[in-house]
Design a binder for this molecule. Structure first.
Ligand code: SAH
Ligand code: SF4
Ligand code: F3S
Length: 467
């Protein structure tokens, strides 16, 4: 690809500038797993340009922020961090680069240019691959760079990547989102849905398997509509190993030797077709913890959210999945306090949570996002009511998780060993098929292996066991 080749030349140019200078960088990733995967690509490019990772921001010659804007608190966090950087910039001349979803928002980049003129590079989600060129121009030509595109970028293949783990890997299978849920900013900052070519995905995962990776997570904002836009609009894609949908992709990944676990986020309930359910049931490596974002348990709120399913349809889907997939566990995302949500409507959400008994629930307080339909809704729920509902939901979820955790005690679980425990370096840590963290004492040569661990106790956020 010509564009990527051009960037490789810029990689070489920056590398020459950095020769024998022991340049260091830090990166702060503020968003979802897609954002993390983008950061891994940024790190790949940055390290090829001769930078090594610094422990501390004050030692860095290059500081990168990869931003998220899905909820409001991200903004406060970014501007706080930038304030801290001003002194470091003045004393050391550190290059400051900010990229990611928030940079696709005009009012944010305007604010940055006005109030934080010491930022060197602003880049968006569609121009990530051009980072070497932007960085070169910022260093060599001492220019302020603003490299943000409003149009959907292409999918760029062949970028270097520096992954966070040697055991499990994120693999983006599609970019963008076409769903326009009325609260959500993602379609505006990530553009329309575009799927990667089947061959590119399979080759990436085969390469991971050859390098000892055991687990892959397939990523996209709406993974179960993989290749759908291409088929609907007759956009050509290359047939490869019979892959023409998400279900066939899952089956093909299941056939890759060496990969032992497959996860994916996020699917949309409206696209959870029978072929996907059957593929999960018949693919032994696909973990039987499925993320199924609920958002609200009330049909009227779901309609206002533009989710395209009702409370009953969601519950029916759950029943169907449970009947076809043995030992199925579910996790979900829920928003409380969407504009107009009444007490009774909120209670429908509690009702669904009670009925489904999720293994894990990611809970969010509704946050107004500029440019979304939700922003203009006049019936916003008062802050204190949102918080009160959030706390009630949290209480219910935590009591369910405690009950569910107890069921693990005494069982033997297959655990993929990921590395040393973050809180106690004498222990190793790994995850069950259902994504529970398990810590246990064992020799480090077990890292990267799938082993049996007997669970002895539960501790809310993790389980403790022996091999
Ligand atoms: N594409 C994914 C979600 C991406 S954003 C999906 O559809 O599941 C992750 C989660 O953030 C969403 O599932 C939603 O629960 C939450 N979220 C998105 N916009 C939000 C907003 N404006 N306020 C609060 N939570 C929000
Ligand atoms: Fe946002 Fe909805 Fe798209 Fe998920 S599916 S990214 S919640 S618009
Ligand atoms: Fe945030 Fe962008 Fe992900 S807005 S949630 S980093 S797609």
């Amino acid at each position: 690809m010509q564009d990527v080749e051009t960037q490789k030349q810029y990689v070489e140019k920056v590398k020459q500038l950095n020769e024998n200078k022991n340049r260091k960088y830090t990166i702060l990733t503020m968003g979802c797993q897609l954002n993390e995967n983008d950061s891994e690509k940024l790190c790949g490019m940055i390290e090829e340009m001769g930078y090594t990772r610094a422990e501390n921001q004050k030692d860095a010659d290059l500081v990168v922020f990869n931003t998220c804007c899905v909820r409001e608190n991200a903004e406060d966090k970014l501007f706080g961090k930038l304030g801290e950087l001003k002194k470091i910039k003045e004393s050391k001349g550190t290059i400051i680069a900010i990229g990611g979803c928030m940079m696709q928002e005009k009012h944010i980049t305007e604010k940055l240019k006005q109030s934080y003129p010491y930022v060197d590079i602003i880049f968006g989600t569609h121009t990530l691959y051009r980072f070497p060129e932007d960085l070169y121009k910022a260093i060599e030509e001492k220019k302020k760079i603003e490299d943000v595109l409003d149009i959907d970028g292409k999918i760029y293949e062949g970028l270097p990547i520096k992954r966070d783990s040697n055991v499990k890997a994120n693999v983006t299978i599609m970019n963008g989102c076409n769903n326009f849920c009325s609260y959500c900013i993602v379609p505006y900052v990530r553009g329309r849905e575009r799927s990667r070519q089947p061959r590119e995905i399979i080759e990436e995962i085969m390469h991971l398997a050859e390098n000892g990776y055991k687990e892959v997570t397939l990523l996209g904002q709406n993974v179960n509509s993989y290749l759908r836009v291409e088929k609907e609009k007759n956009i050509p894609y290359e047939q490869f190993e019979g892959i023409n949908s998400f279900a066939t992709l899952l089956k093909a990944v299941n056939n890759i030797n060496g990969i032992e676990r497959i996860r994916f986020v996020s699917p949309h309930p409206k696209d959870f077709t029978d072929d996907v359910i059957d593929a999960i049931a018949s693919s032994d490596k696909v973990c039987k913890l499925i993320h199924l974002p609920l958002q609200s348990g009330n049909t009227k709120v779901l309609k206002e959210m533009n989710r395209k399913y009702t409370k009953e349809q969601y519950l029916h889907l759950v029943e169907k999945m449970k009947s076809k997939i043995p030992n199925l566990k579910l996790s979900t995302d829920i928003i409380v306090g969407f504009p107009g949500e009444t007490e009774e409507e909120f209670e429908d959400t509690l009702d669904v949570v009670k009925k489904v008994n999720f293994e894990q629930v990611f809970m969010f307080i509704y946050s107004k996002r500029v440019g979304t339909p939700g922003y203009k809704m006049t019936n916003q729920v008062p802050e204190e009511i949102k918080h009160e509902r959030f706390n009630r939901l949290k209480e219910l979820v935590e009591s369910q998780i405690e009950e569910n955790n107890k069921k693990y005690v005494g069982t033997t679980q297959k655990v993929l060993v990921e590395g040393e425990s973050k809180t106690n370096s004498k222990m190793l840590s790994g995850r069950t098929d259902s994504n529970k963290v398990v810590v246990f004492e064992a020799d480090k040569n077990l890292i990267g292996k799938l082993i049996d661990v007997k669970i002895e106790s539960e501790h809310k956020w993790y389980l403790k066991g022996v091999i």
